[in-house]
Design a protein around this ligand. Structure first.
Ligand code: DAH
Length: 342
């Protein structure tokens, strides 16, 4: 029995030394020291020994149990230490490695003036309306008082989808006026920024796709004074309090009377220079009092209501704002150019 006990001691200590993880260690503990383990099996036979042998073997068994327990505890501690060391190594953080650089994006210069205009007008109580870019000629032209035969309707100037010239890419944001007046009753106060399309060759000041912002106000008693006050506010907010405006008579089919609004050249203050091409003034937008036919075409009684409307070219605003000399730069998507404007 003494031999058997020493055999158990040797085997268990070798096995414990070879255990690779805490789970293996635990099953060895059960195997050798558990209630149904090998050591218990031997101790159950103590009764068969003589009274001289029994205390000797009993003591030896206790010693061996203590040895196995110590070995288990040591091995367990060693495994924990190894585990910790591995984690420390695997999760090591080298704070001296240079970080990854994240390039911050910049708003497109067009988006900057777009946002600025929306801010200025929402501050005056306007809301933003949207309209379709694919439009009926009826909305883009006819109901804006632009009859068949008007030069703007020419196939040379407009992208038509169908041979009957009924559907087109809108050439202006003005048809949004009609959509709004059809779906809401006065008082109306909206702006509508968006893309428009014309059959223009690309050059420093033209692009077949560009952006406009339409504005429309309809209520009782709206006058040219309201138009001037609103547009003067826009110009001063965009170009500074000192900016001087000039309202020059013009013609648009859907407004009567109509005007173009010029800003005094900020480069030469009206003297005439390269920036304003010697004019002293720079045109910024078209505007006018909504034509009575346009109102009544949307079911709004022109004897009860009046309104004003305007249309601004956003590329032109951006080019002036940032001193950009060539429109193409806005659409070429060269990051080196675009990242300059925040
Ligand atoms: N739609 C005109 C254009 O594309 C701009 C314009 C002028 C809009 C006068 C208006 C307006 O609402 O009243 O040139």
């Amino acid at each position: 029995m003494k031999n058997k006990l020493e055999e158990i001691a040797r085997q268990s200590i070798d096995a414990i030394a070879a255990a690779a993880n805490p789970e293996a260690l635990e099953s060895l503990r059960v195997k050798y020291l558990g209630k149904k383990g090998e050591l218990s099996a031997v101790l159950k036979q103590l009764g068969t020994l003589s009274s001289e042998e029994r205390p000797v073997i009993g003591q030896l068994a206790n010693e061996i149990r203590a040895r196995i327990e110590d070995t288990l505890a040591e091995k367990s501690a060693a495994l924990q230490t190894a585990l910790l060391e591995r984690r420390l190594r695997d999760e090591a953080l080298d704070v001296t490695i240079p970080g990854k650089e994240f390039a911050a994006g910049a708003r497109h210069p067009l988006r900057i003036v777009w946002d600025e205009c929306v801010d200025i007008f929402t501050g005056m109580g306007f809301s933003v309306a949207e309209g379709p870019e694919i439009e009926l000629a009826e909305y883009n032209f006819t109901r804006l008082n632009t009859e068949e035969g008007h030069p703007a309707r020419d196939r040379q100037d407009t992208f038509y989808f169908t041979d009957d010239d009924r559907v087109l890419l809108r050439t202006q944001t003005s048809p949004v006026q009609l959509h709004v007046m059809e779906s809401t009753r006065p008082p109306i106060r909206i702006i509508s920024p968006g893309r428009v399309y014309r059959k223009d060759e690309v050059d420093a000041t033209h692009s077949p796709m560009f952006h406009q912002m339409e504005g429309l106000v309809v209520d009782r008693g709206i006058t040219m004074g309201d138009l001037k006050g609103t547009l003067n506010t826009l110009v001063r907010r965009l170009y500074g309090d000192g900016a001087k405006t000039r309202f020059r008579p013009h013609h648009f089919p859907f407004t009567e009377p109509s005007c173009e609004v010029d800003v005094q050249c900020f480069e030469c203050h009206g003297e005439g220079c390269r920036v304003c091409k010697g004019e002293g003034w720079i045109e910024v937008l078209g505007a006018g009092m909504v034509h009575p036919r346009v109102l009544s075409g949307c079911g709004i009684d022109p004897d009860e209501y009046s309104g004003f409307a305007f249309g601004v070219g956003l590329e032109r605003l951006a080019m002036r704002r940032f001193n950009i000399s060539d429109l193409r730069l806005l659409f070429e998507n060269d990051i080196r150019f675009l990242s300059q404007f925040n």
